[in-house]
Design a protein around this ligand. Structure first.
Ligand code: NAD
Length: 494
């Protein structure tokens, strides 16, 4: 399967998408400035396409279209079942075009094609079907007030939602945000990440083919400081949902506060512990810890990036973790059997290599890897450090790359303290056969998700979000609906 030339064909029909345009009010339009910027192939740095550089003026146009579609248009006014049917038709269309969409995602992002085609696009479809199912199950309460009053609550869409997504899972982040927003009857302006603007345009085009009315979903490509900031600070945007770095999350919260106090959902960084207990089957623990860190080139907000291993099994674990990393298949993500493709861009590539250097300088033991892989593109060797101490930058900061840090611990009380000693609180992994240990850790860890003897299980039904500086609010599952609904109390005398 698959060569770059096959991918090249995808920029053209079968689905006709104008990748150098914005999608506003159901039409492909040029950026107001007429400017474009290149999106690059992470395998080699080649230009894939020039995309429109949307700025504040384009955000104004997109928000105006979304506002009109919300206030006057059919979307919030049509029956929930009609909205449900359009979303289901969209999911069917995406499923039909699974392989083309997957190839475009891999081309723009660098993740293995098999991952895009067999995991991510099917998950995208599942998310939209799940939220389509919610569309006609959103309802309020009747309440017994203390007095001669009948009280009911109406759960209404919040209005125009601004959504800002990152580059590590361009389509899944689209689904986590657009799915619940539209099911609840909101309209959306979505700003794609500058590194991966292509797949959102393709699927948004399909959404219109499925019957989505104009103005309900608008896609603006552009940079964070211009288009992103304009969306977060827009006076006519009722809600902003963001996934990305903690620093940018703070900026977004500030922009929302300083403009119209729009409600904010943030899904931010992490430094998730993966705790291997003394009773663990070491071979299985090594495999899961490897997956927890290296999946998606290590570019996961919830990556198990602090591997805590009990001292009784530490030496064996390190030796086997090294052997597993050496076996990892790295290369062209379009080739069959590739576990790891390139990092997203030069900036991330250099940042990761900088952390690897700092790991060695601070005295961690480099077991394997530690350098670029190949001679072009942004590939990095799967890297494993042992003897990592809690105060080293590689144990504290989000590296967002294929760098596993293995730390040693003596007892449960100690590892709980150390695992919680982070400004982040996104997720944790626990590997044990002992139910008491699992129960103790599950309660003690201050994180939004605990995976016990599994990791990165991401069904549409499971809520996801962070404690501490990993975010505000929850996405996926029923919890996500709260982000996109207002509650109106209606009181009538009886
Ligand atoms: P970022 O947070 O700056 O970018 C994410 C999105 O936010 C992009 O769409 C970007 O255009 C937008 N953005 C940037 N500045 C903005 C602003 N001032 N106002 C509004 N929107 C803005 O992340 P990055 O620079 O691509 O990556 C930096 C680091 O962030 C990575 O190394 C990684 O540690 C972390 N990161 C985390 C996630 C995650 O899933 N939590 C995703 C991507 C990156």
């Amino acid at each position: 399967y698959s060569t770059a030339s096959y991918a090249q064909d995808l920029i053209k029909p079968p689905v006709s998408v104008e990748y150098d345009k914005l999608l506003i009010n159901g039409k492909f339009v040029e950026a107001a400035s007429g400017k474009t910027f290149p999106t690059l192939d992470p395998r080699n740095g080649d230009v894939i396409a020039h995309v429109a550089e949307g700025d504040a003026e384009d955000i104004n146009r997109a928000v105006a279209a979304a506002r009109k579609a919300f206030d006057e248009g059919p979307w919030p006014k049509m029956t929930a079942y009609e909205r449900c049917k359009i979303i289901l038709r969209f999911a069917d269309l995406v499923e039909k075009h699974n392989d083309e969409i997957a190839a475009l995602e891999t081309w723009d992002n660098g993740k293995p094609y098999e991952q895009s085609a067999n995991i991510e696009i099917p998950m995208f479809v599942r998310l939209f079907r799940y939220y389509a199912g919610w569309a006609d199950k959103i309802h309020g309460l009747t309440i017994q007030a203390d007095g001669p009053h009948h009280v009911q609550t109406l759960h209404e869409p919040i209005g125009v939602a601004g959504q800002i997504i990152p580059w590590n899972f361009p389509l899944l982040m689209f689904a986590w945000k657009v799915g619940p927003a539209l099911a609840c009857g909101n309209t959306v302006v979505l700003k794609t990440a500058e590194q991966t603007p292509l797949s959102a345009l393709l699927v948004a085009k399909l959404f219109h083919e499925a019957g989505l009315p104009d103005g309900v979903l608008n896609i603006v490509s552009g940079f964070g400081a211009t288009a992103g900031a304009a969306l977060a600070s827009h006076m006519d945007v009722d809600k902003v949902a963001f996934t990305g770095s903690t620093e940018t999350g703070k900026t977004i919260l500030e922009l929302a506060a300083k403009s119209n106090l729009k409600s904010v959902t943030l899904e931010l960084g992490g430094k998730s512990p993966f705790i291997v207990c003394e009773d663990a089957d070491v071979d299985k623990a090594v495999e899961l810890a490897h997956f927890a860190l290296f999946f998606n080139q290590g570019q996961c907000c919830c990556a198990g990036s602090r591997t805590f291993v009990h001292e009784k099994v530490y030496a064996e674990f390190v030796e086997k973790a090294k052997a597993r990393a050496l076996k990892r298949t790295v290369g062209d993500p379009f080739k069959a059997g590739m576990e790891q493709g390139p990092q997203i861009d030069e900036k991330q590539f250099s940042k990761i290599l900088g952390y690897i250097k700092s790991g060695t300088e601070h005295g961690a033991t480099l077991e394997t890897g530690g350098a670029r892989f190949g001679s072009k593109g942004y590939f990095i060797q799967p890297t494993v450090f042992s003897n990592v101490q809690d105060d080293m930058p590689i144990a504290k900061d989000e590296i967002f790359g294929p760098v596993q840090s293995i730390l040693k611990y003596k007892d449960l009380g100690e590892v709980i303290k150390r695992a919680n000693n982070s400004k982040y609180g996104l997720a944790a992994g626990v590997f044990t056969k002992n139910l008491d240990t699992a129960n103790t850790l599950m309660r003690a860890l201050r994180v939004g998700t605990v995976w016990i003897n599994c990791f990165d299980t991401f069904d549409a039904t499971i809520p996801f979000g962070g404690y501490k500086m990993s975010g505000i609010g929850r996405e996926k599952g029923e919890y996500s609906l709260k982000n996109y609904l207002q509650v109106k109390a209606v009181v009538t005398p009886v």
